[in-house]
Write a protein that binds this ligand. Structure first.
Ligand code: NAP
Length: 367
């Protein structure tokens, strides 16, 4: 199967999509003959003339082109005009809009003979493994369509591949509220909120007892992995990737260790008030105290059993995201987010960031 050269990112204006566009442009700047064109599809009609610029090579950019996700021809005209061979969806939205939007995108892609690859909007844990968080089910219809198309096209002159990009949870949310001067960059293009461990607030809302493994990748690394995946000769149906696998209790231990520093002080006669979180004093002789203190972030966890998660759920949710946050926790506790492979770690040259390195970067003491 030919590698991808001309790539359209649907929803590339959004959080994850923007990172993928940047990853593709970064690869294009390193290897201009591999990727020759990146375009962004957007619903917005005010995007004429706007583009996403490569952070590393300002002369490289991906134009943002307006499409209508209810019209096959609106999308196919754009794909055809730019001779796109690969469509990557990073769409999101209410299921009643998201499901038909992705299906229209696929139908448009199939009507353009140059398109031979399609990636649906996954970019989380594997939607096909998750039972406890019903919102993930909106990602399933497109996978069914893609499997049918792949079989149908296998014996035709227009072969077709698809892949599920599975990356676990975005590590970036651990950077929320960090005190670094450039701290807002920790979240990348993602929406800014803490997830599970809120380091700035010193709290953690923990699924289960905190010993379940969680698969983390930074959004920047997801962009790099996806970009390199476009240069694979074959697309595996599951493109799993991971930066690190750690439990919430391990994250808490790392935060407390990394954000702190050891202080040793000697006081005579009295002990002054001392704010650090872990401290011990040893009375050496009569009026001399040796003080050993570790000043770091203290995280107070709130552990949640399944029963406690159910008790917190809103019986009449008013938004389409419903109880998704708590249901996602349930899926962690029930082991539905276990990622058994890391295919792109093996097939690409990306060296992803670990949780320890990420925490060190955004919460570590400066040298
Ligand atoms: N692993 C994780 O921790 C994690 C976290 C967040 C998201 N995700 C996943 O990553 C993917 C992208 O999420 P995101 O947070 O990056 O999304 P987002 O920024 O909220 O939206 C992505 C883009 O989708 C388009 N869009 C929004 N509503 C739409 C609709 N009703 N119909 C068509 N297009 C619509 C918008 O582009 P235009 O306005 O330009 O059309 C938007 O910029 C999703 O599959 C999501 O589940 C994973």
């Amino acid at each position: 199967m030919p590698k991808s050269q001309k790539i359209a990112v649907a929803g590339g204006t959004g959080g994850v999509g923007n990172h993928i566009v940047e990853g593709l442009l970064e690869l294009q700047s390193r290897s201009p003959t591999s990727i020759t064109k990146v375009i962004v599809l957007s619903r917005s009609s005010t995007t004429k003339g706007s583009y996403i610029q490569s952070p590393s090579s300002p002369d490289l950019h991906a134009p943002i082109i307006s499409v209508d996700y209810t019209s096959v021809s609106s999308i196919s005209n754009v794909l055809s005009e730019h001779q796109i061979d690969t469509v990557i969806s990073t769409l999101v939205g209410e299921p009643s809009q998201f499901i038909p939007a992705q299906e229209t995108l696929l139908q448009a892609a199939l009507s353009v003979p140059t398109v031979h690859r399609f990636a649906p909007s996954e970019f989380g844990s594997d939607s096909e493994q998750i039972e406890s968080a019903p919102l993930y089910k909106m990602k399933l219809p497109i996978l069914k369509s893609l499997r049918e198309v792949k079989v149908r096209r296998s014996s035709s002159l227009l072969p077709f591949e698809f892949t599920k990009f599975v990356c676990g949870i975005f590590m970036n949310h651990l950077g929320f509220g960090n005190p670094k001067p450039n701290g807002s960059q920790a979240l990348g293009h993602l929406r800014s909120f803490p997830y599970i461990v809120d380091i700035s607030n010193g709290t953690a809302d923990v699924p289960g007892d905190g010993n379940d493994k969680i698969w983390y990748t930074t959004a920047e690394d997801v962009g790099r992995f996806v970009a390199e995946a476009t240069q694979l000769d074959e697309w595996p149906e599951e493109s799993t990737m991971v930066g690190d696998v750690v439990t919430t209790n391990q994250v808490i231990e790392m935060v407390e260790r990394i954000s702190g520093e050891l202080c040793i002080a000697v006081f005579r006669t009295h002990i002054p008030p001392f704010p650090p979180i872990f401290c011990a004093h040893i009375r050496v002789i009569d009026d001399v105290f040796l003080f050993i203190a570790f000043s770091g972030k203290k995280i107070t966890p709130r552990y949640n059993t399944e029963a406690q998660l159910f008790a917190r759920m809103d019986p009449n949710p008013t938004s389409w995201t419903g109880n998704h946050y708590l249901e996602s926790f349930l899926s962690i506790v029930r082991g539905e987010r276990v990622q058994k492979t890391s295919v792109l770690n093996e097939l690409t040259s990306v060296k992803p960031m670990t949780v320890e390195d990420y925490l060190q970067k955004w919460w570590g003491k400066d040298d």
